[in-house]
Design a protein around this ligand. Sequence first.
Ligand code: GLC
Length: 579
Amino acid sequence: MSVPGVPNLPAQPRPGLRPDPDWFRTAVFYEALLRSFADSNGDGVGDFRGLASRLDYLAWLGVDAIWIPPFYPSPMRDGGYDIADYTGVDPRYGTMDDFRALVTQAHERGIRVVIDMVLNHTSDAHPWFQASRRDPDGPYGDFYVWADDDSSYADARIIFVDTERSNWAFDELRGQYYWHRFFSHQPDLNYDNPEVVDAVHEVVRFWARTGVDGFRLDAIPYLVEREGTNCENLPGTHHLIAGLREMLDREFPGTITIAEANQWPQDVVAYFGTPQAPECTMCFHFPVMPRIFSSLREGEATAIREVLQATPPIPPHGQWGTFLRNHDELTLEMVTEAERERMYHWYAPQARMRANVGIRRRLAPLLGDSRAELELAHVLLLSLPGSPCLYYGDEIGMGENIWLPDRDAVRTPMQWDHSANMGFSACADPAELTLPLISAVDYAERCVADALEEPESLLHFLKDVLRVRREHPVLGRGDFHLRPASDAAVLAHTRADTPPGGDASETNDGETLLCLANLANRPCEAVVEVPELAGCSTHTVLAADSATASPAIDARGRLTAALPAHGYRWLRVSPGEGL
Ligand code: GLC
């Protein structure tokens, strides 16, 4: 398949999917916002065929799995997270056949497909809600959370503070209030009703049958409500997720689930469940994300270090999902008030840059388009525990448009080349585009085609780092250990296939990597302590300054590393002479 406007990409030696039940541990995910990715039919809206036509690009980049946000019929008042029909596809994106073809074509290239599943709520346009309003005694009367007044569950916080004043809204037709954790047009399903549980399992089965490899479970902490609680992470909610997982394991083994649970480390960990009652395969690590950004401005690794220290171990079946940005605001819910204020000060100096409890900006402008910081942020992302998820466009340093409402600021059309509409849509009138293209000076002309031609581009950097990561699967599946470093600017950690104290063998299977990152905007020299690796030699597999020799670990287990400002280094540890 050729990509118009984009130079020919080298063929990828990735014929089909590897049969690997643990694929998600070493996978790199890529969130492809369907409506803004590639428009195949010129109506100004990205679609399945458009995304399919760019799969070669994603394979070239080194993406192992795409996550596609909701594509179901929807009034689109919340980017499609307001679903009006769980088992259809919105005609703007194509047909069910197009979706199936996309899955097949992705699989042919060794790329897995994860789709979004919104279980907490539907759109108020969903027929279940319309029936529930009309006929309280009918089959859907009890599908939502209804009450005669708005006094219950008063301890539940409001999530969309910019638009909502209450988690209850009054429905004139039924003459009752309904519960909603997000927008008032998104009524919450009533999971105390077993028929809702059955209906939702049927929906998940429907999509699992299409051959998708996994589901991102949207907003799962809020499924169940109980008086006197904050209505988050309740035992009933965990029971439901475990039930869903049990069904998938039985009927569609190997299908993964990824939790979107924007919670504190100890609460997120609970969404992995236990070996006896597993819940999600992966959970996004929301608390670590903002700390990557704050550490960059503090010039110290302390915040990252502390949050990882506070993160409990996860069961063997689980894997973290890490990310820098996604289609939402850069959420600041999982930081302290003081940290939040500092983040706003550093990263959202204009009020327009904020949304709800967070910052609606893209990665490159957030980091002042600093190449050193962009590299360091990605290198951290790729070496911390978990499987990384990239956000479309960030690989070319795409810009933002804070003049668009809400999170649309970071959802503008992908910039492919210099043809009409930057290659996003060949013949749509610019005014027809799902969202306007970025027009900001410095960002308007950025595109994949230019980045491909420029060997030093961020895109090529990222492709190379993804290759290095692929060559060292220990970065996906190895144990993680923080290491003391003499300079607070340095984050030092090891990823090891063998537990510390075991042999750092020569084979990939028993590999140990020592990862170093200098969060400060000044060069530094740090002594890192890795006692059980005393006497080992190191070999640099990635470095900001590859010219420098690889330091050895002395007999006392100390390694002295010099790092440039915002520098980084991944060192492969091998048994040294005399060991
Ligand atoms: C999730 C989605 C977000 C959406 C919300 C409500 O947080 O990521 O985009 O608005 O759920 O569905």
